[in-house]
Design a binder for this molecule. Structure first.
Ligand code: GLN
Length: 496
């Protein structure tokens, strides 16, 4: 099977495509063991590199997601003509050209129109770069410490007890009840666990099921930028029309007049997130009241992503569903991962009145049908944690946040206040780099720390060019080392 020559002569930022391509190929050639991948990764950024992999007997199937795999030779060769790192803005056309140019024009990238413009997610890219450069990863938001023993024990027990077949599609009864009880405790709202909750594979699936289940092509959906990357991609898959309202530093307040004028007769929903990733902003009661009145007045739905609701430092979280007249028009989305430091478990849920949860449940039924059974039982045990668990969590995170925020200030960043989440956004411009991408590249290569460039969270990337996001969901020693590296290797670059 001849897999063609990959020849990149285009702008920067192709190393990831390349590394992805190499790793995907290695994987489909059953060469995907960890050590083998580790060998490939550093190769991917070398300029003018030609790699030939030949393993004829093992190349029997397709290269996932690439081309139509009709060729029959058994060698794989890539020619890489320049190095690059972070990929954010190139278009699908450029991708297609990249995959097509060179002597073998047999395997054009194939992707549906609605996904053409999207890149490998920034989180995947930055975590790979962290490994490649041995940098401290304050980019992707996953804890480098484990979740609580009692939750892990509950998962092991569920597996041993034989809870291993398909779960009921919308959630095992025990979890639906635990979610309802938690929601009542948090918001005062009493919901029917059987009729108003759908359990999903993480909140990202809950968001997708909500959008695909309730949005028609052409419907307008309002987003607040910066926004979590899956929102735009999923809305695009649904054929929605996106209207964006930009939240601006220093306080990222909702520009309510802009929101008012953005609402039209075609506006179907506002997709919001509080506490807010990436800024750490929490929507105030006043802002939520204003959004609520606009929604009621204009018959607009709210999809509210509240996955960081337990990571709050300056104020209490408010679910917009709990405001008068809002429950009937709100889908509240949440998950286990952040609260229990188990981001890999992918257990999430949507809560909404029966007339709205129906669409969500239908989309979920045909997307994934059901979610991991034993993990749902463990999630139910987790949600029954005593109040002391949540207090401790907040205390631990507050200490981590202080280390990072004070450290970043000492280094010379302008640090914007973060009231919730485990993220903090800073202005990097005092260090003299052109934009967030160049700054993050410099930070990885010269300082050994990974942050997330925020321009990927805007419809207009320019809006985020001064801002980068750091996470503090790491142990204190890691945070101190990262701050240490920045003091040592970055402080000297301060321009004013
Ligand atoms: N929510 C996580 C973050 O913002 C990333 C999740 C992901 O990698 N898709 O860092």
């Amino acid at each position: 099977m001849h897999l063609g020559t990959y020849h990149s002569t285009h702008g920067r930022n192709h190393a990831f495509k390349l590394s992805h391509l190499l790793l995907t190929c290695a994987h489909s050639m059953h060469l995907g063991s960890f050590p083998f991948k580790m060998l490939l990764l550093p190769l991917c950024t070398r300029p003018s590199l030609r790699i030939t992999l030949s393993k004829p007997s093992l190349v029997t199937t397709s290269i996932a997601g690439i081309g139509n795999n009709k060729s029959s030779s058994s060698s794989l060769s890539f020619q890489i003509s320049r190095a690059s790192s972070i990929s954010t803005v190139s278009t699908a056309k450029e991708d297609a050209v990249m995959a097509q140019d060179g002597p073998n024009n047999q395997h054009p990238v194939q992707v549906a129109k609605h996904l053409e413009k999207f890149k490998t997610t920034i989180f995947t890219q930055m975590s790979s770069l962290a490994i490649q450069h041995g940098a401290i990863n304050l980019g992707q938001g996953f804890p480098n410490f484990d979740g609580p023993e009692f939750v892990k024990e509950a998962a092991i027990q569920a597996i041993k007890d034989g809870k291993n077949q398909y779960a009921r599609g919308y959630g095992v009864p025990d979890l639906n009840s635990a979610v309802a009880a938690r929601f009542q405790k948090d918001t005062g709202l009493v919901v029917d666990p059987e009729k108003e909750i759908t359990v999903t594979s993480g909140c990202t699936e809950a968001i997708a099921a909500t959008i695909l289940g309730l949005i028609n092509p052409g419907d307008e959906v309002i987003l607040f930028a910066p926004f979590y990357d899956s929102y735009e991609a999923t809305l695009s898959m649904a054929g929605a029309k996106i209207t964006c309202i930009t939240l601006r530093p220093p306080d990222f307040a909702v520009p309510i007049d802009e929101l008012k004028s953005a609402i039209s007769k075609d506006t179907r929903a506002i997709l919001m997130n509080t506490p807010h990733n990436p800024t750490g902003k929490m929507f105030t009661r006043e802002e939520l009241n204003q959004i609520a009145s606009l929604c009621i007045e204009n018959d607009v739905l709210v999809f509210s992503d509240e996955v960081y609701d337990k990571l709050t430092f300056e104020m209490d979280h408010i679910s917009i569903a709990s405001l008068p007249g809002m429950y009937e028009r709100t889908v509240t989305l949440n998950s286990l991962g952040k609260t229990f430091s188990l981001t890999g478990w992918k257990i999430g849920w949507a809560i909404a009145p029966p007339h709205l949860i129906w669409g969500v449940k239908q989309a979920h039924s045909y997307l994934t049908f059901a979610t991991s059974t034993p993990m749902q039982f463990a999630a139910a045990a987790a949600l029954r944690a005593p109040d002391s668990y949540y207090e401790e969590l907040r205390k631990d995170y507050k200490a981590k946040k202080d280390i990072l925020v004070e450290g970043l200030k000492d280094v010379g960043f302008t640090v914007y206040p973060s009231s919730g989440t485990y993220f903090v956004v800073v202005d990097h411009t005092r260090f003299g780099l052109a934009d967030d991408i160049s700054f993050c590249e410099y930070l990885i290569k010269e300082v050994g720390v990974v942050a997330i460039p925020t321009s990927v969270f805007y419809l207009n990337p320019n809006d985020g060019k001064n801002l980068v996001r750091f996470t503090f969901c790491k142990d204190e020693e890691t945070l101190r080392s990262a701050v240490g590296r920045m003091k040592e290797r970055l402080k000297g670059k301060l321009c004013n």
